[in-house]
Ligand binder design. Structure first.
Ligand code: ATP
Length: 472
């Protein structure tokens, strides 16, 4: 196994063992490309989401929030082009039944088939087949089908059975969250006292029937997106695009990501309505290289024009200053929460030799993201005075931060466990805290730093100030 796959296996295993991420429905044998988040995973995911929300909504005067429904009127997905065009090209192996994305197969031969027609894809596959180069990466068979179009839309049956089953009434689970933003553009303008340019941001679940989803939480069939749509006059596209590109780039530093681990990837082939599209890619050690995390797209007036056309509603904006009426153009930033989550795990995962032959695994999360900020231990669990004092300290600190009380096993083991979930500080209550031998140490505790492993002695009365300063 390669070193890169090794990191992948280690991260997947730690994520499960320590309660970050579990394969969904495991007691029934699992359910393809769907995952659940355990206690620490939920805390970490919420922290990443909150950091995004703070940067995108709280700190901005020109962006407001939204939480739109997953189900939307079926016509909305016809207007957006998803019902007819949200497809991937699929190839099957007739021998082992493995499934592939045809554009990814061609990519392996250096052929760019992103957004290519099915005719182009099959012509290229044909050439490779004739040259004897095309075979199944799973079983080695050369018996692969031609590519066919596979819809990524996930159907549901909402409403009464007869209604739900008719073709015109198919209800979809949303494949992206921005659809709800376009539909609430008008209500937002009328209620939130916003003036162009302004943005609407939301976080929520999206669903895609991905053909191949084998990269842990990188590509799943149910996932969370954090999207912002920025409505503006067409003359501002260039300026606003550059501003957002820059502001999204700098946000990654807050996640502890060094600049040399991210890069911009420019889309050469654009959707017909788009004028610019870049992705931010992260260099995943666990996935063997740079992969897309976020898209930043200038979408023109396509979305509101289409919804206006299909709904018959007027979605123009009237600018009182210039007396101009127009359909606003849109700049989008769209990022997958699970891809950020995997990026944060990947970047934090560290193995280091503590002393000869003794290697510790430590998740070096930025403190702001760490699921648990402080763990509190009584030195021994069978000494009631130590346990009571440690509980007192824990009860005080948990009012301010996500804390954990741990009295299980020896302190060395407890440190290692906290290292693996990335807890920045551990506080130990010991006999000195009780002041039994040295009265000057009474009511002091040991605080151990996750990264340096150094320990300092701090009065209990000063702990809150200490963490307020150091957990920033
Ligand atoms: P990809 O090319 O990887 O399939 P995409 O270009 O189709 O992604 P977009 O439709 O632009 O992705 O979605 C915006 C963001 O949503 C992506 O950058 C990614 O972070 C996230 N995302 C998209 N599909 C998935 C998925 N199946 N699982 C997890 N996250 C996803």
């Amino acid at each position: 196994m390669s070193e890169k796959n090794d990191v992948f296996e280690k991260i997947v295993s730690l994520a499960k063992r320590r309660g970050f991420v579990f394969p969904s429905s495991e007691i029934y044998g699992g359910f393809g490309a769907i995952y659940d988040y355990g206690h620490y995973g939920t805390l970490l995911k919420n922290n990443i989401r909150d950091l995004w929300w703070k940067a995108m909504v709280q700190l901005r005067d020109d962006v407001v929030g939204l939480d739109s429904a997953i189900f939307m009127h079926p016509m909305a997905w016809k207007a957006s082009g998803h019902v007819d065009g949200f497809n991937d090209p699929q190839v099957d192996c007739r021998q082992c039944k493995a499934r592939f994305r045809a554009d990814h197969l061609l990519e392996d031969f250096g052929i760019d088939a992103d957004k290519a027609t099915i005719e182009f894809i099959n012509a290229e596959l044909g050439k490779l087949r004739e040259a004897g180069k095309l075979k199944c990466s799973n079983c080695g068979s050369r018996d692969l089908t031609d590519a066919k179009v596979f819809s990524l839309m996930v159907k549901s049956n909402l409403g009464s059975p007869t209604e739900a089953l008719s073709e015109e009434n198919v209800v979809y689970l949303r494949p992206e969250t921005c659809g709800g933003i376009y539909l609430e553009y008008k209500n937002t303008v009328n209620s939130a006292r916003v003036k162009l340019p302004f943005g609407i941001a939301q976080v929520g679940k999206a669903f895609r029937n991905e053909i191949v989803a084998r990269q842990f939480i990188f590509r799943t069939r149910e996932f969370e997106q954090m999207e912002m749509q920025y409505f503006h006059h067409p003359s501002m596209t260039k300026e606003k695009y550059e501003e957002w590109k820059q502001s999204r780039w700098t946000w990654y530093a807050l996640l502890g990501i060094p600049e040399d681990k991210i890069r911009f990837h420019k889309h050469e082939k654009l959707a017909h309505y788009a004028s610019e599209a870049y992705d931010i890619e992260y260099d995943y050690a666990s996935l063997g290289g740079f992969k897309e995390v976020e898209g930043i797209h200038a979408r023109g007036d396509w979305d509101l024009s289409q919804h206006s056309k299909f709904s018959g509603d007027d979605l123009t904006y009237f600018d009182e200053k210039t007396n101009e009426r127009f359909i606003p153009h849109i700049m989008e930033t769209s990022v997958g929460l699970a891809r950020l989550f995997l990026m944060v795990l990947d970047n934090a995962y560290t193995e280091e030799e503590v002393k000869e032959g003794d290697v510790r695994t430590v998740m070096k999360f930025p403190k702001s993201l760490a699921p648990v900020k402080v763990a509190v231990f009584p030195l021994l669990k069978n000494k009631p005075e130590l346990v009571a004092k440690a509980r007192e300290v824990y009860d005080m600190l948990k009012q301010e931060w996500q804390c954990e009380f741990d009295d299980n096993g020896n302190v060395g083991k407890r440190y290692r466990r906290q290292d693996e979930i990335g807890t920045p500080y551990c506080v130990t209550v010991d006999f000195d805290t009780l002041g039994e031998e040295d009265a000057s140490l009474k009511d002091t505790v040991t605080v151990r730093d996750r990264d340096t492993m150094e320990q300092v002695r701090i009065p209990v009365a000063e702990l809150k100030d200490y963490f307020a300063k150091n957990l920033k």
